[in-house]
Design a protein around this ligand. Structure first.
Ligand code: DX5
Ligand code: ZN
Length: 215
């Protein structure tokens, strides 16, 4: 089953509670929360206070995407503020296994992400260990970019590795995903779709969610 995780980054920040309610009522599975530190990526978004404030108003699965340097420092804080899944970047630290262990110690699901230019084989040791693999389909840092088609082969490589190990790891794609191109990601093995502009920027948010869910 395909799961949809709308990215809050594309919502109206002056209306956060209502924006989340809108996607929750329309049948969204998760809420994707992009945390950027101005160091790992050249942009700054939001952090724990925003996540904990929204937690009180939503039962969605909070899918937190950390684009921060040395994420192990903050895992416990993100766990406490209401994350259900915490995804960090392979490129953001030296000991990825320690970060996964820390996320699990905090009782949360662990995701590991790669940027478009990072080869998928680096993920091999984490398949069957992480709960989710995120293949970025754009350069992380900004919403509203176009999907980089080459990244789809990384999705496929991860899918094959997951099949080979016989594990049930979720495979997420993030960046430039639209109702028109989402089938390409799904055909290559993705089962969790992140979409920012294509959901929150749609004239009819509920209709956009329905379109994704019917894939
Ligand atoms: C980019 C973020 C994405 C982004 C997706 O760094 O990780 O989650 O918000 O936005 P769209 O769907 O507009 O590309
Ligand atoms: Zn993201």
């Amino acid at each position: 089953m395909i799961k949809l995780s709308p990215s809050l980054l594309a919502s109206d920040f002056s209306q956060l509670k209502n924006e989340v309610a809108k996607i929750e009522n329309a049948g969204s599975d998760m809420l994707h929360l992009d945390v950027m530190d101005g160091n790992f990526v050249p942009n700054i978004s939001f952090g724990m206070p925003v996540i904990s404030s929204l937690r009180k108003h939503s039962n969605l699965i909070f899918d937190v995407h950390l684009m921060i340097t040395d994420p192990i420092r903050y895992i416990e804080r993100f766990a406490e503020c209401g994350a259900d899944i915490i995804t960090f970047h392979y490129e953001s630290c030296n000991d990825q296994m320690a970060v996964i262990d820390e996320i699990k110690r905090c009782g949360k699901k662990a995701g590991i992400a790669i940027k478009p230019s990072t080869p998928a084989f680096v993920l091999e040791p984490f398949i069957g260990v992480a709960d989710m693999i995120l293949v970025m389909t754009v350069e992380p840092g900004f919403g509203g970019q176009k999907l980089i088609p080459d990244t789809l082969s990384s999705v496929n490589q991860v899918y094959n590795a997951v099949q080979l190990k016989g594990v049930s790891t979720d495979i997420q794609v993030d960046g430039g995903i639209t109702p028109e191109n989402a089938h390409l990601a799904v055909e290559n093995g993705a089962n969790v779709l992140v979409a920012g502009s294509a959901v929150f920027g749609a004239a009819d948010v509920a209709a956009a969610i329905k379109q994704f869910k019917s894939l």
